[in-house]
Design a protein around this ligand. Structure first.
Ligand code: UDP
Length: 485
């Protein structure tokens, strides 16, 4: 078990200084002290499986910072292991909750699952005291609640960030396996009501995820700053004088021969001169990267058959480029499936026509420096003409929220978490079936050809995020819940 220290960050008054956030912060400051009073003398322990990458690691530090500023004692720990059997079973569980893969689990699967958690128990017991509240995130550390409760009088909450809005054999199988742990929890938190299981509905709260508008991932970047980050990260080639040094690790790009090279060698990717469509996610089959690449190729091929080659729409599509961004495997050692998915994407990329290969970039984003990684994602989301989140399944999809906050028009699939955020034709576009390649291609083509409409969607999207998905409403719900368990 490893305790994670968080860095200093924006203060409450920094958020209040933004007029669009002031109302939310003011009502937060009015409502929250009564919950904080009830929590006095108790520490809240957040426990998950990783301190970097993915939605949970993204949200916890900002939540902690604000809660601490309000006087709450809150800490963060991650479970540690290098056992491949544990990664395999927990990844299977993760996929199965999304309805994907096989739903057959045996007691033998419990062995690596529970033994890794038991090895982390000692570290937890060194710090957790009677009376504390333990919040366990996602399935990986789920068995820990019972183990902790055998030694400490604590309340436990299970926060599940994933889910599927229907049940099938796979989901029934996995929930059958996880059911054993339900009684160890006093309360449950899910992102959407569609994900809640009937047997725990009476003990469940709904708290959608949220973004921190002032984090490095989301803070405003003036145009020159945005460009400067893209230059520092190696995404734009520039011989102009620079204010800042290049990042130690640059973004890398998959080459036609499958190797990893520089983004602008041998040819310049021309990021700043092209309409760029972007999806940034972990290398996960459920993120729909391959289907997006296929649809992009389909759109280009359809466009190539047009005869009105003087039309601006024709030229815009011809010039467009696709960026698929995800973690550089150099910095990720604990995601064997992610490495496999990236390999599959590279294999598909290698089958493409050389001309299309120039228009598609599989980009590997460095993770050695979380601030730099966040700024690169921020700049790319801001710079893109469309941010796509083509997930086959998506618990929520912070990547969409992040783009919406930045007024970048989004194109999302009909996965439940994404549909919860986006209203079609109002705050973005929904292409229901992420595997329907012609329709996905048509949705991109429509967006590239209706710039004015997109401006409206982007504007509305930011308002939606301010109203529903910033961290203050989320923390208020958490404090209300935690002070009552
Ligand atoms: N992310 C990142 N760098 C990457 C890929 C993803 O910072 O190379 C971030 C992304 O910006 C978002 C989070 O990881 O904040 C992913 O959260 P989301 O809810 O979209 O999906 P999850 O990974 O939790 O399934």
């Amino acid at each position: 078990m490893r305790k994670i220290e968080i860095k200093e960050g924006p203060k409450l008054e920094d958020y209040q200084a933004y007029s669009s956030l002031r109302g939310t912060v003011d009502s937060f400051l009015e409502n929250v002290p009564k919950y904080v009073d009830r929590l006095r003398g108790r520490t809240i322990w957040m426990i998950n499986s990783t301190a970097t990458g993915g939605g949970v690691a993204e949200m916890v530090p900002s939540q902690m910072r604000i809660m601490r500023a309000m006087g709450v004692s809150i800490e963060w720990m991650v479970i540690e292991t290098d056992e491949v059997a544990f990664f395999n079973i927990t990844k299977r569980i993760h996929n199965a909750i999304h309805g994907s893969g096989d739903g057959h689990y045996t007691e033998a699967d419990r062995e690596p699952y529970e033994s890794v958690n038991r090895k982390n128990l000692e570290g937890a017991l060194e710090v957790i005291q009677d009376g504390d509240v333990v919040v366990i995130h996602d399935p990986q550390p789920m068995p820990l609640a019972r183990m902790i409760k055998e030694h400490r009088k604590v309340s436990c909450v299970w926060r599940c960030h994933i889910g599927l809005d229907e049940s099938n054999e796979t989901t029934r199988g996995v929930w059958g396996f996880l059911k054993l742990y339900f009684d160890d929890y006093d309360h449950f938190v899910f992102s959407l009501k569609e994900y809640v299981l009937p047997e725990i509905a009476g003990r469940t709260s709904l708290i959608p995820p949220a973004i921190d508008p002032l984090s490095h991932k989301n803070r405003t970047l003036q145009m020159h700053k945005c460009l400067s980050i893209l230059v520092q990260a190696g995404l734009i080639d520039s011989r102009e004088p620079r204010l800042y040094n290049a990042y130690k690790h640059q973004v890398r790009r998959v080459m036609p021969d499958g190797s990893f090279g520089q983004v602008n060698r041998p040819d310049d990717f021309q990021l700043i001169y092209r309409p760029v469509i972007t999806e940034i996610s972990r290398w996960d089959r459920l993120k729909g990267f391959k289907e997006l690449m296929e649809a992009f190729v389909y759109m280009k091929e359809t466009n190539a058959r047009r005869t009105d080659t003087d039309a601006l729409d024709y030229k815009r599509i011809r010039m467009s480029r696709l960026v698929l961004g995800g973690p550089d495997p150099l910095f990720v050692t604990d995601d064997p499936e992610g490495a496999q998915v990236l390999k599959e994407l590279i294999a598909y990329y290698q089958t493409l026509d050389p001309e299309i290969q120039q228009d598609v970039a599989l980009m590997l984003l460095p993770l050695d420096n979380p601030k730099e990684n966040a700024l690169i994602v921020n700049a790319l989301q801001r710079y893109s003409v469309i941010v796509v989140q083509n997930s086959i399944q998506e618990g929520f999809g912070l990547t969409a929220t992040e783009a919406m906050w930045k007024q970048t028009p989004v194109l999302v699939s009909g996965a439940a978490g994404l549909k919860f955020q986006v209203a079609h034709g109002e705050t973005g576009s929904i292409n229901e079936d992420p595997t329907d390649i012609p329709r996905l291609a048509a949705a991109m083509e429509y967006m590239l050809s209706h710039q004015k409409e997109l401006d409206k969607w982007g504007f509305n999207a930011q308002t939606r995020v301010v109203e529903r998905f910033t961290l203050f409403s989320q923390i208020e719900s958490w404090l209300e819940l935690l002070s009552s368990v």
